[in-house]
Design a protein around this ligand. Structure first.
Ligand SMILES: [Zn+2]
Ligand SMILES: [Zn+2]
Ligand SMILES: [Zn+2]
Length: 472
């Protein structure tokens, strides 16, 4: 190994050219939190499953400090997983080559510094922000769908699909459509897929079935047309038990040459389950995920498109993509997060001159991905609107509400003792729980909340950090 490469075996860290590379091998746990403290990651080993899992963990993480990190493979053999290949930034065949990846690490980290990250208000907006930020730092213009056997919809958009469990993967198609409506992408047609209407899986087994009973258990026989006497019947009518010659059951003549004295105009199927005889099958698609047996006409057809980042998309990556245009406008009674911070600053200034007590509070949904993956975007917005309505009706009109992210609501409670603010907030939480229980019967939402008293010696940013640090 070159002399200027410093390997710290204990910590699995290599220091080189002012960068620190975290080495991860198959013996490590799948915990990727450590990634944020290093410039780049090098994954060692030939275990394809491990590599796939660790790359998914890194790219599927919610924090840009982790999902945007340069990732390289150190390997002896060629890895064939097409999704992993789209999610890594390069490969090394030995650590001596580390010098060769330095320019790439430098380039990605510099591009990352251009970005301003925000907390997006809706799940869709979070996903969109992630995709465009990744594309920006990797300098990828096109988001190509790749045919992928592990994808529930048979095609993966790697940096997007990596965030979803298989059963929710169809949501990737919705999210890309929204991003295109927002002008962040242009798209072109690639292919068409068919999804189970029950569970949106594209993994299906197609079979020809009996039109009467739906069984796929059938036999098929040729139909014979004897020219001299015009008899038409299944092959079995013409066979005999003595030899393999064919004799016409109507005129008793022996059949000679196909095309000369007879032909086979079609076939006849016989169902072994119900004995029904028929010429045309129905085609059914049995879902391998939920077992529902669908007529092909009932399948949901969706387009697979290739998406290209627009100039607007690039700017959205740089400036942060908080919400789709509909997200915030629709939530009446809230202010933008930036506005909240500005007003908080004024309140802190004001407190320097008075003895009053003011507070900020946060309400956090502890299991947002479970909730949002169960809801369509419309339902999601209804939920957020309802939450705001309940909160609004329990605080003063002069207090303000904002979304820090789609899972954290923050609000001010000015000129009120902290102890009272805490009591009001716990009452609000009870009301929110009741609201959810009655509106969304099968969805369980867990809330955490926090109240802090404003301290005129601290900045607005520190207040918000302190307020939300307990939420994971
Ligand atoms: Zn049948
Ligand atoms: Zn005949
Ligand atoms: Zn299904």
């Amino acid at each position: 190994m070159a002399a200027d490469i410093k390997l710290d075996k204990e910590r699995s860290v290599i220091e080189f050219a002012g960068f620190s590379f975290l080495l991860i091998d198959a013996l490590d746990s799948l915990d990727v939190e450590n990634v944020q403290y290093h410039s780049a990651v090098i994954i060692e080993g030939n275990d394809t499953d491990f590599i796939r899992q660790i790359v998914r963990r890194i790219r599927g993480h919610n924090s840009p400090d982790i999902y945007l990190k340069p990732v390289f493979l150190l390997k002896g053999t060629n890895l064939v997983d097409p999704m992993v290949n789209k999610l890594i930034d390069g490969t090394l065949f030995s650590l001596d080559q580390i010098e060769l990846i330095v320019p790439e690490v430098e380039r990605i980290l510099t591009k990352t510094q251009d970005l301003h990250f925000t907390n997006s208000i809706s799940f869709e907006a979070q996903m969109i922000e992630k995709v465009i930020c990744f594309m920006y730092t990797c300098e990828i213009r096109d988001l190509d769908p790749i045919p992928y056997i592990y994808s529930a919809v048979n095609f993966a958009y790697p940096i997007l699909s990596v965030n979803f469990r298989q059963k929710d993967e169809h949501l990737t198609l919705d999210i890309l459509e929204i991003a295109e409506q927002e002008g962040l992408f242009n798209s072109t047609y690639v292919d068409r897929i068919y999804l189970c209407p029950g569970c949106q899986s594209g993994h299906m087994s197609y079979r020809e079935v009996c039109p009467k009973c739906g069984s796929s258990n059938s036999t098929t026989e040729d139909i014979i047309h004897h020219f001299p006497c015009a008899y038409v019947g299944p092959l079995s009518d013409f066979t005999n038990e003595i030899d393999d010659q064919l004799d016409c059951p109507k005129c008793n003549k022996r059949l000679r040459h196909i095309g000369v004295d007879y032909d086979k105009p079609s076939v006849l199927h016989e169902c072994k389950a119900c004995d029904h005889k028929f010429q045309d099958f129905n085609v059914k698609a049995k879902c391998l995920n939920c077992s529902q047996d669908n007529l092909v006409e009932q399948l949901k057809s969706r387009e697979i498109r290739k998406y290209s980042l627009t100039k607007k998309g690039e700017l959205a990556a740089i400036n942060g993509f908080v919400s789709t245009s509909k997200d915030i406008e629709e939530i009446i009674g809230t202010v933008k997060f930036d506005t909240f911070v500005t007003m908080l600053k004024y309140e802190i200034e004001r407190l320097k001159q008075t003895d009053g007590v003011s507070n900020i509070c946060a309400i956090h949904l502890s299991n947002p991905s479970q909730i949002y993956s169960k809801m369509g975007s419309e339902v999601q917005k209804v939920l957020l609107k309802d939450l705001v309505k309940v909160i609004r009706s329990n605080i003063r009109t002069s207090d303000i509400i904002s979304f820090q992210s789609s899972s954290t609501i923050i609000l001010s409670m000015n000129e009120i003792p902290t102890r009272i603010a805490k009591r009001i907030l716990s009452e609000i939480i009870e009301m929110l729980k009741r609201l959810i229980a009655t509106t969304f019967k099968d969805i369980e939402v867990e809330f955490e909340y926090e109240v802090i008293k404003l301290d005129h010696k601290l900045s607005p940013q520190l207040h918000i950090q302190k307020l939300t640090k307990a939420f994971s």
